[in-house]
Design a protein around this ligand. Structure first.
Ligand code: GDP
Length: 458
């Protein structure tokens, strides 16, 4: 167990009403206490907060007015002594406090080191630690809920339960190997093994099926708005952005930083892809032929295809429909305030499998229906997703896929009447792979790598 005391600024960099410098470790209380003018922090009750001043040890002047929370181990995030110094926001004041703490012997925490300690001290498991990271990065309420549930240990419990089932079956087989004289045990263990393996396999399948939605919750539903010039693509984009809170994030790229725009439509995060490019497009059909546009469309999870109610479908529209018909699309027939020229019956016949929504974006009509359609394509009519356990983490998905494979190997072996101790190897492998999700027996370098992705102060 690490014992040195770490510290970092735990609030986001930038201006804020308050900022927090956090310390964790054996010396956390004594370091802050030696600088604190106010109550004797060594003697206060645990989990209490105190007003006072931080004295600069060099100048002996008052550096800051602060509120200090003292939380004694083990009921803390890291299971070590934790002190949080709340000071006025603003970089100067918070940096000054951090520097004073460092001068007094605390060490600057590495990114994710607080969470890493929580993991190493057994406070949380790996999937919970990863959820902390997801929580920081969550872009919508729903993504945050998923992360919160995972942090709460929901996925961990599910995984633990599956592992337990496999372990019991393996134990059963052990009995069989140790006491081969019991004939019925052999038969029984074979059938139990097959049954349990199927059960767990089914459960892993179910978890993997949530992965796509989980990924979308994390990363946003890649959405492209396409259509001929002047049909109302920009108007649609503006309507979505204005109705909903748009979140603009900068994604560090290899060559240049791209700006992505997120809008939150009824809890579904839409990541508007390359919309600038599409907005500028003069001849979208020509551009569809261009490799890059094709790629943009291929990356899209959802396509919003805009048509004009005031004009009948022309070749360009039909070419667009053809290009995207196998994808997840919603067709928006805009400008219903104009005289009808577009044959809606014919359009619906052309795309029987896709929703067709009518709007008059100029008059803010039809946006509600569109948002319902967007939410339906994502949740497939399932409104209450509150109880689902989503798998959203790439590492988890990979491990679950490997688990699935190991279980399939085991089932296959049993079908082929392979000796049970060979089947046992595959089941054991599945058990180990599930263990890696929650951090049982994971390699130290993986742990370092995972936690290094955190932001400072977490
Ligand atoms: P884009 O070229 O596809 O991005 O289309 P825009 O969003 O720029 O819209 C083109 C024109 O159509 C603009 O003058 C809009 O004001 C107008 N427009 C958009 N929606 C409607 C609508 O519902 N009814 C009418 N009559 N005009 C609209």
């Amino acid at each position: 167990m690490e014992t040195d005391t770490i510290t970092a600024i735990s609030t986001p960099i930038g201006e804020g009403a308050i900022a927090i410098v956090r310390l964790s470790g054996e010396e956390a209380v004594s370091i802050v206490d030696s600088l604190f003018q106010g109550k004797d922090l060594q003697r206060v009750d645990t989990h209490t907060m105190h007003y006072g001043k931080i004295i600069d040890p060099e100048t002996l002047e008052i550096a800051e007015e602060v509120m200090v929370s003292v939380m004694r181990a083990p009921k803390t995030f890291t299971r070590e002594d934790v002190v949080e110094v709340n000071c006025h926001g603003g970089m100067v004041s918070v940096n000054r406090i951090l520097e004073i703490m460092l001068a007094k012997g605390a060490r600057l925490a590495e990114p994710g080191e607080f969470t890493k300690r929580a993991f190493l001290n057994g406070r949380i498991d790996l999937s919970q630690a990863e959820a902390v990271m997801d929580l920081i990065r969550a872009k919508t309420d729903r993504a945050m809920n998923v992360a919160l549930k995972q942090m709460d240990g929901r996925l961990s419990r599910l995984i633990q339960d599956l592992r337990q089932q496999l372990l019991e079956t393996l134990a059963h087989v052990e009995v069989n190997i140790d006491y081969p004289e019991y004939d019925d045990v052999e038969e029984m263990s074979h059938s139990i093994m097959a049954q349990k393996t199927r059960d767990v396999h089914q459960e892993v399948d179910r978890l993997l099926a949530t992965a796509k939605q989980g990924k979308i919750l994390r990363e946003g539903l890649g959405t492209a708005i396409i259509g001929r010039p002047n049909v109302g693509k920009s108007s649609l984009m503006n309507a979505l952005v204005h109705e909903n809170k748009a979140i603009v994030t900068e994604v560090p790229g290899t060559t240049r930083d791209t700006i992505e725009e997120y809008v939150n439509v009824r809890g579904v995060p839409l990541r508007l892809i390359d919309t600038a490019g599409i907005r500028e497009t003069e001849d979208i059909v020509e551009r569809i032929g261009v490799e890059r546009s094709r790629q943009v469309l291929q990356e899209a999870d959802l396509i919003l295809l805009v048509l004009n109610y005031g004009e009948d479908l022309n070749e360009d529209d039909e070419a667009l429909i053809e290009a995207v018909r196998d994808m997840n699309i919603i067709i928006i027939v805009n400008k219903t305030d104009l005289d009808q020229k577009l044959d809606l019956e014919r359009l619906r016949d052309l795309v029987p499998e896709h929703p067709v929504i009518t709007t008059a974006l100029l008059h803010e009509e039809g946006i509600d229906e569109l948002e319902t359609a967007i939410s339906n394509t994502f949740f497939e009519g399932e409104i209450d997703t509150g109880d689902m356990t989503y798998v959203s983490n790439v590492r988890h998905v990979q491990l679950l896929k490997q688990t699935q494979q190991a279980l399939e190997d085991a089932l296959h072996g049993m079908e082929m009447d392979m000796p049970i101790d060979l089947v046992q190897i595959d089941v054991t492998r599945a058990w180990e792979l599930l263990g890696e999700i929650i951090g049982d027996a994971v390699h130290e370098s993986l742990i370092d790598q995972l936690f290094s992705q955190f932001c400072l102060g977490k």
